[in-house]
Design a protein around this ligand. Structure first.
Ligand SMILES: [Zn+2]
Ligand SMILES: [Zn+2]
Length: 193
C-alpha cells in the first residue's frame, strides 16, 4: 500500500509519499501516519475527519490514532449532528426516569409524614390512657391501703369487744355499793366517757 517514490539522487526528496486522498506528494511537515500505518497529508486527513469519517481511506480500518510531527493524536468519537434526535430521546428518557424517581420519593415522604402523624397520634392516645390508668391505679392502691387499715382497726375493735377479760369494780347502784365483775371493754368505755 505504501508507495515510495525515489526521485533520482535528490537528498531532500529521497522518501516521499503520495496521499491517497489528494493523490499528490505529501510534504514532510504535513505527513500523518495512522495506526494502520497509512500516510496522508494533514489537511486531507482533517477534511476526512471533518466529514465524520473515522475509518482509514485506504484500508477501511478504524483509525484510533495518528502520528503527526512526533505527536500521537488520539481519535475520540463524539455523537452529534444526526444523533441529535437520539440524544434528545436519551435526555427525555433520563428526565422521565428522574421525574419518576422524584415522584417515588415524594410518595415515600408523604407516606413517612402520614406514618409519623399516625405514630405520634397513637403515642399521644397511649400516653394519655397510660396517665389515666396510672391515676386509677394510684387511687385503687390508696383505697386498698385505707381498706387494710380500716380492717385492722375493725379487727382490733372486734377483739376488744369479744374479750372475755373481766375486771372487779365497785358499782354504786340505788344507794348501795355493790362489787361487780364486768368485761374490761365496758370498763374502759366507761372510764373514757
Ligand atoms: Zn492529501
Ligand atoms: Zn489504513
Amino acid at each position: 500500500m505504501e508507495e515510495i517514490i525515489v526521485v533520482n539522487n535528490n537528498p531532500v526528496n529521497t522518501n516521499t509519499y503520495k496521499c491517497p486522498i489528494c493523490m499528490s506528494d505529501i510534504s514532510i511537515d504535513s505527513i500523518c501516519k495512522t495506526d494502520c500505518n497509512h500516510k496522508f497529508c494533514k489537511s486531507c486527513l482533517d477534511t476526512w475527519f471533518n466529514r465524520g469519517e473515522n475509518s482509514c481511506p485506504t484500508c477501511r480500518n478504524n483509525i484510533n490514532y495518528f502520528d503527526y510531527k512526533n505527536n500521537k493524536n488520539r481519535i475520540i468519537i463524539i455523537n452529534n449532528g444526526e444523533n441529535n434526535e437520539n440524544n434528545e430521546n436519551n435526555l427525555q428518557a433520563i428526565t422521565n426516569d428522574f421525574q419518576a424517581i422524584i415522584k417515588k420519593y415524594l410518595v415515600l415522604i408523604k407516606f413517612q409524614k402520614y406514618m409519623l402523624f399516625l405514630i405520634s397520634s397513637l403515642l399521644f392516645i397511649y400516653s394519655t390512657s397510660y396517665y389515666n390508668l396510672t391515676q386509677q391505679n394510684d387511687n385503687l392502691i390508696h383505697r386498698y391501703n385505707n381498706c387494710i387499715q380500716n380492717n385492722t382497726l375493725l379487727y382490733l375493735e372486734n377483739r376488744r369487744l369479744n374479750s372475755r377479760e373481766l375486771i372487779n369494780i365497785d358499782l354504786l347502784y340505788n344507794g348501795f355499793l355493790t362489787a361487780c365483775r364486768i368485761p374490761i371493754y365496758f370498763y374502759q368505755e366507761c372510764i373514757k366517757g
